[in-house]
Design a protein. Structure first.
Length: 763
């Protein structure tokens, strides 16, 4: 067998820390992941199952209390009257009533108004008077403050500021009226209103009036009296409204008649003063005259524009004017000239221009041309004079018509000025006449409708004496207690669970920590031995099977198998990390691996007690001096498993762990162990575990189920990640057998019998 540690000659310089390869590539510092601390549906179901006895207990207590309270209530009877409320009453005549309110509301507003009238205090007071409920109540004598020592004492205390505060508080709870008759009356009215309930039937105009009381006969009387009082009140309100409307209309009618007479007199006086016959625009002669002159002015403007255009054309083209072309004498001269020119051209073929005959023809042509020019000038001059005269005549006509139009316009404006005042007076007369006619007609309608005593409320079913009590309803009370108890139990369960800030189930580990779950360790019954003994001495136990599952998970955690050096740590103490380190070391040694188990907790060493040995020498000796590790390494009862205890307690464990001796101990060249497991101290509070995790290939984080706080787990993992050494995985220890109901039953339960599981669950 090879020795556990190599000699210095064999290792050479193997004990020196190799800076070029500080850590094996088993673990890469994982980035900090966001922790999922949200509540899922499966978590709610777990909480309900876990706290089921709390929920059932609270529900049962509330059910019993509600049932007993219901049975102790006084039996109450309900009497019901059904009425029909129409929007308007049936009309004998087609006249509106005096109020007209029903036509101003929609159905919803009208019915809601009627419901509030049914609940009104005035109606309750009328019912009380109809049933004479206030005659049985006797007035209570009012105590005299001077003869009452208690009152005298209160008056003396009022001077103090505490007394003033107490007085203010008492006044808030005491009525301002001391008359007991008034208080008794208010009490009866309040009781009546509290016993009555308005229940409208949906999609109808029917309304049920419920009255609840201990006396069934009185309840029926009250329901019928309530309906009768409501109908009488409605009729009286209409009669009062009609009477008030009649009086009001008579007064307004007298005032309107006086205003009408005054306005008519003012109109007649004004027309006589201004001598106004008519101001109607259609029949007014000034308007007709203005219209005629305006039409004539428009035609004169057209004639003037036409004359200007003709005159301008004559001046611009006098030779080409139509008169020159149409003049007969000028046409004759042009024909004669044309004939001479034609003859001249024919003779020109025979004679030369100097020939006497040709010269005679040319002289005739010149004479004809002169005559044409003379006649054209005469005609052009005559046409221009004629056009100028026509233009001047058109302008003069236009100016005269324009002057007449202005005169007519001024006359119309004067009439309109007079008509403004006339129209105002006439409109006032018409308005007063219409108002007087309307008031007179409305007065007659009110007089007719006041004689018609119809109502829009009808009784459908009168209230009968109820045969059976309406309340208490035992079934309803029990159901209410059951629902309230269930809600209270659930609320209590969730509050308790919220206060229990710990990880309880395997799937919470990965969701909350962001670490893979590599092992689930069950809680065992300690009556069959310590957890360490069951995990290492009984291969058929559930605990041993759990650690074998953890060993298998480590073998598949990396591509190179299980890491060589592993540190096992936790948040705080007593979470099962020492048991996990020992049991995992035994499980690895059972595979034929040479395993070294090191107690890295030099502040509170524990492994020497589990292996029944001392710790006179151990890890502290190796780190503080040049002690050969082989001298402090102990062989255990388990094959292939060796142990280094914590050793004497040093004053500075963190400084020792930071030195090079720890790295030399874990270096692959310094020993031939296949695996080195270190039972590291807790993370929170000290730096030892952080230092150890930086020396090893991988670390495992132990979490105790239903105990380790999430805040502690969060802080511990944050410290490891800040140091760049995220754990390889998490191990959930001491998991109760109730996890089987949530689907986490593992193969290691196959090895435990039902009796052991039952004892474990009870424990």
């Amino acid at each position: 067998m090879n020795p556990p540690f190599s000699s210095p000659e064999q290792s050479g310089n193997a004990l020196v820390i190799r800076q070029d390869n500080p850590l094996a590539p088993y673990v890469v510092a994982a980035p900090a992941t966001e922790i999922d601390d949200s509540l899922h549906l499966r978590d709610l179901i777990r909480i309900i199952f876990k706290r089921k006895w709390w929920i059932l207990s609270v529900t049962l207590v509330m059910l019993v209390v509600a049932t007993l309270n219901t049975l102790m209530e006084t039996p109450l009877y309900r009497a019901t009257t059904t009425i029909q409320i129409d929007r308007t009453a049936q009309r004998v005549v087609d006249y509106r009533d005096a109020t007209g309110m029903a036509e101003q509301y929609d159905d919803g507003s009208f019915l809601q108004t009627q419901f509030e009238l049914l609940r009104s205090k005035a109606l309750a007071e009328r019912v009380m008077e109809m049933l004479r409920l206030d005659l049985d109540r006797k007035p209570i004598a009012k105590a005299d403050d001077a003869s009452d020592p208690k009152k005298a004492e209160e008056v003396a205390v009022r001077e103090d500021w505490i007394g003033r505060i107490m007085t203010t508080l008492r006044k808030r709870s005491e009525p301002s009226v001391k008359d007991m008759q008034v208080l008794d009356r208010e009490s009866i009215i309040g009781s009546l209103r509290g016993s009555m309930q308005v229940d409208p039937i949906p999609n109808s105009r029917l309304v049920r009036i419920h009255v609840t009381g201990a006396d069934p006969a009185l309840a029926a009387r009250m329901a019928n009296a309530w309906t009768d009082a409501y109908i009488k009140t409605s009729l009286e309100r209409k009669v009062d409204a009609s009477s008030y409307a009649r009086t009001f209309l008579e007064q307004e009618l007298g005032k309107s008649k006086v205003r009408l007479e005054e306005s008519e007199n003012s109109l007649v006086q004004y027309t006589r003063q201004k001598q106004i016959l008519s101001v109607d625009e259609k029949s007014n002669p000034l308007t007709a005259n203005y219209t005629d002159f305006s039409s004539a002015l428009s035609k004169a403007e057209q004639d003037r524009i036409r004359a200007e255009a003709n005159y301008d054309e004559v001046k611009r083209t006098s030779s080409a004017s139509r008169d020159l072309l149409e003049n007969r004498a000028l046409s004759t001269f042009r024909e004669s000239k044309a004939k001479l020119e034609l003859e001249y051209q024919e003779q020109l073929r025979t004679y030369k221009p100097t020939h006497p005959k040709m010269q005679a023809l040319q002289a005739q042509i010149d004479v004809a041309e002169k005559r044409i020019q003379t006649e054209s000038k005469a005609i052009s001059s005559s046409v221009e004079i004629t056009s100028k005269a026509a233009l001047d005549s058109a302008k003069a006509q236009e100016e005269r018509l324009r002057a007449r139009v202005e005169v007519a316009k001024r006359g119309i404006l004067e009439v309109q000025d007079q008509g403004i005042r006339f129209n105002i007076l006439k409109r006032e007369v018409d308005t007063n006449r219409e108002m007087y006619a309307g008031l007179l007609q409305r007065l007659k309608e009110v007089g007719v409708t006041a004689q018609v005593g119809t109502n829009n409320v009808a009784v459908v079913d009168k209230a009968d004496v109820p045969l059976f009590p309406f309340r208490p309803d035992v079934g309803r009370g029990a159901m209410t207690g059951l629902l309230l108890g269930l809600m209270a139990g659930l609320a209590l369960a969730f509050v308790i669970e919220y206060m229990d800030d710990s990880i309880k189930f395997p799937d919470e580990v990965e969701r909350f920590t962001g670490l893979p779950l590599v092992g689930i360790i069950p809680r065992v019954n300690t009556s069959k031995g310590s957890p360490e003994a069951q995990a290492t001495r009984d291969p058929r136990s559930a605990l041993a099977e759990a650690y074998r599952s953890l060993r298998t998970a480590l073998q598949f955690s990396t591509s190179k198998g299980a890491p060589r050096t592993i540190a096992i740590t936790s948040c705080t103490k007593n979470e099962g990390k020492t048991t996990t380190a020992m049991s995992l070391a035994v499980a690895l040694s059972q595979m034929g691996k040479r395993v070294l188990l090191v107690d890295g907790d030099m502040r509170n060493p524990t492994l020497h007690r589990l292996f029944n040995t001392d710790h006179a020498t151990g890890l502290s000796n190796i780190l503080s001096s040049d002690v050969d590790p082989i001298t402090v390494t102990r062989k255990t009862d388990f094959p292939n498993l060796y142990l280094i205890t914590g050793g004497p307690l040093p004053p500075n464990p963190a400084e020792l762990l930071s030195g090079p001796a720890m790295q030399r101990l874990l270096d692959p060249g310094s020993s031939n162990f296949d695996h080195i497991l270190i039972d590291a101290p807790p993370i929170l509070g000290i730096a030892d575990s952080i230092i150890l995790c930086n020396h090893v290939d991988a670390s495992l984080f132990v979490i105790e189920s239903a105990k380790t706080r999430k805040a502690a787990i969060r802080n511990a993992i944050r410290r490891l990640r800040q140091a760049g050494r995220a754990p390889l995985g998490a191990i959930l220890t001491k998991l109760g057998s109730e996890m089987t109901m949530y689907g986490y039953e593992s193969d290691f339960y196959y090895y435990g019998n039902k009796e052991e599981l039952a004892k474990t669950a009870r424990a």
